[in-house]
Design a protein around this ligand. Structure first.
Ligand code: GLP
Length: 252
């Protein structure tokens, strides 16, 4: 794939917070989400799935139980969902979100949204109606994907159906029963959709994310590493542990 790099655009270096260990990084992200929920009268969250986020949602549930956090006024939009799975399928991201967060907190069922493969444009309209995403939570794939924007994703992409890379399907195989045929496609917010969030927090844990973090923030901006488009956003905070930060040139 040939990468076209647009050198005419301003790029930003994100704040990169290297925490002493993974639990402190998780707690820090949960703390940022809690602070955002407390600060905003109508908070609109962009949410992510993946193994990285499991302890973040556990920390949010704990705060909720302690009465230190409420989702009552919040609305949320998830980054992505597999195609071809029912929402009730335990391997769907909808099930993941119910299991790890929605079933345990005070967010009303009609206030959280996952993209529907049948109606990607409607998802964009819903985000706009909510007033746009205030705080977007992101993980990162080993190949540099954000959401399911795989290498090759365009800067101006919006919510749409994409084909998953084989490496992504292998990486996520653990979320499916043994022997299951994994989805080949997913619906995901696009790069443009993500960049329109007012503030972005990306969490990366472990040595397996070191290469993709370095490519995203020390490399050129372009579709070869979709996370590199985050350099075009002026308010990105990367929270990581030392292992994930090990290949970055410079940290905050
Ligand atoms: C998944 C999701 C992404 C996630 C990434 C990393 O497939 N589509 O939103 O950030 O891959 O996942 P993990 O946290 O399991 O490494």
């Amino acid at each position: 794939m040939s990468e076209r790099i647009d050198t005419s655009v301003a790029t930003h270096r994100p704040r990169i917070l290297v925490m002493p260990d993974a639990p402190l990084a998780d707690a820090h992200v949960a703390e940022r989400i809690a602070a955002y929920l407390a600060r905003e009268s109508r908070p609109v969250l962009g949410l992510a799935t993946g193994r990285t986020m499991v302890p973040v949602y556990a920390a949010l549930r704990e705060r909720f139980v302690q009465g230190r956090l409420s989702f009552a006024e919040a609305e949320s939009f998830n980054l992505d969902e597999y195609c071809g799975l029912l929402a009730e399928d335990p391997s769907s991201f909808a099930s993941y979100m119910r299991r790890h967060l929605f079933d345990h907190v005070d967010m009303a069922p009609g206030r959280y949204h996952l993209p529907d493969p049948q109606a990607p444009d409607a998802f964009e309209a819903q985000i706009a109606r909510a007033g746009g995403i205030g705080l977007q939570l992101l993980g990162i794939g080993r190949n540099g994907h954000i959401g399911f924007n795989e290498p090759g994703a365009a800067r101006d992409s919006r919510t749409r159906i994409v084909r998953l890379e084989e490496s992504t399907r292998r990486a996520n195989a653990g979320d499916f029963p043994q022997g299951a045929v994994l989805p080949t496609h997913a619906v995901t917010m696009g790069i443009s959709t993500i960049l329109e969030a007012r503030s972005i927090v990306l969490l990366a844990i472990g040595a397996g994310k070191a290469d993709s973090l370095a490519r995203a923030f020390d490399g050129p901006v372009g579709p070869a590493c979709p996370a590199s488009f985050l350099q075009l956003h002026g308010d990105v905070t990367v929270v990581c542990d030392a292992a994930a930060a090990s290949r970055l040139e410079e940290t905050t």
